[in-house]
Design a protein. Structure first.
Length: 377
């Protein structure tokens, strides 16, 4: 083979080194980009990542001349090979063997060391005699065949494709970060409004104080503590914050969503607790109001019972002073039972009457058990 092909061996080595360097850099950049995560809902963190993405895009554009130089060098290497047999070997190897090359475009595995492994055996095959450089014909053909697998049109297409994929990933990520920034801003504003109404509801609830359980006082409390209507209106603010939080959790699940998740859980838990306490408080006031309305009727029934009990007591007292009562043991026992029953039911009804103004006591004098066990005769 002519010595003109031998002169291209250093150029091939330089091309392979430049190709490996750029490919490795693109692969590293792609892995770094895929591993970067931001805190969703953290505007400062998102803005910092947007700045980093912009700087990386600028760095990529600054390296574009390297890609263009590789494309030009690959074409020159092929065109400068004047020997038709060698050009045929290169072309055939490019078409047949580059497609079976094991590394992935933008992937994790490369055989960049193959070029270096080929370079030194090739040097050992060179025989230097003064200024002349010769190589054994069969060894030269084998070396050219091995090196040719890593150059040419297919090789350029591969690195161009890798370059385009990294650039597209950068641009898409930058657009996603801008959208995340907008969505996070909207969510933070809605969160502030939800926390504001949450604070209003909590302050209003905590301002409630115990007071006298008169009809007017309870009616006033019912009017002042009607939070159910306010809660229904404020629920809209909480729902908006929840909807925006769900959008962040859904659209940016590949990033760190712990902040959004934690804040949303806290707001919903606090809101649910306030709703429960307000509902219980208003129900208790309504029940107290009902008991106070019922109290006059209970009092009327008690007075009627008291009149009946007084009559019964008078009858028993008269019976106690009957002549020769002590001689009738059976009559004495019966009279004692009636007195004991009267005392027992009197104490029971007195307790129930005093408890009827307490909303926690379910029993009142209207209970049938308050009736006397016997009628006065």
């Amino acid at each position: 083979m002519p010595s003109s092909l031998l002169l291209e061996v250093p150029a091939l080595a330089d091309f392979n080194r430049a190709w490996t360097e750029l490919t490795d850099w693109l692969s590293l950049l792609d892995r770094v980009l895929k591993s970067q995560r931001v805190m969703v809902g953290d505007l400062e963190d998102i803005n910092e990542m947007i700045i980093k993405q912009k700087a990386t895009l600028q760095d990529l554009e600054q390296r574009r001349p390297q890609l263009e130089e590789l494309i030009t060098a690959a074409q020159n290497l092929k065109n400068k090979t004047s020997n038709q047999e060698a050009r045929t070997v290169i072309t055939d190897r490019i078409k047949g063997e580059v497609t079976n090359h094991s590394e992935k475009v933008g992937g994790d595995h490369y055989e960049s060391d193959r070029v270096q492994n080929l370079e030194f055996p090739l040097k050992r095959q060179l025989i230097v005699e003064g200024s002349a450089v010769r190589l054994l014909p069969t060894e030269l053909q084998a070396a050219v065949a091995k090196i040719s697998r890593l150059i040419g049109a297919r090789m350029v297409e591969r690195i161009q494709s890798q370059w385009d994929e990294v650039q597209e990933h950068l641009q898409n990520r930058r657009q996603q970060l801008n959208e995340m920034l907008k969505d996070s801003t909207q969510w933070l504003e809605a969160k502030e409004e939800a926390e504001q109404v949450l604070g209003q509801a909590r302050a209003k609830y905590e301002s409630w104080k115990e007071g006298p359980y008169t009809m007017d006082a309870v009616q006033k409390k019912i009017t002042e503590t009607k939070l159910a209507k306010d809660l229904r209106q404020w629920q809209i603010n909480v729902d908006v914050a929840n909807d925006l939080a769900l959008k962040l959790l859904r659209d940016y699940s590949a990033d760190d969503t712990r902040k959004v998740h934690m804040i949303t859980e806290n707001i919903n838990a606090s809101w649910g607790n306030i709703q429960k306490r307000v509902s219980e408080r208003e129900a208790a006031l309504e029940e107290t109001h009902r008991l106070l309305q019922q109290f006059p009727l209970d009092l009327e029934k008690f007075l009627a019972w008291l009149t009946e009990a007084e009559t019964t007591a008078n009858v028993l007292q008269n019976a106690t002073h009957k002549e020769r009562l002590l001689e009738d043991s059976k009559g004495v026992r019966e009279l004692m039972k009636q007195w004991q029953a009267l005392y027992r039911y009197s104490d029971s009804c007195s307790y129930r009457l005093s408890s009827s103004s307490d909303p926690s006591c379910p029993e009142r004098c209207s209970n049938p058990s308050c009736r006397l066990p016997f009628q006065a005769k």
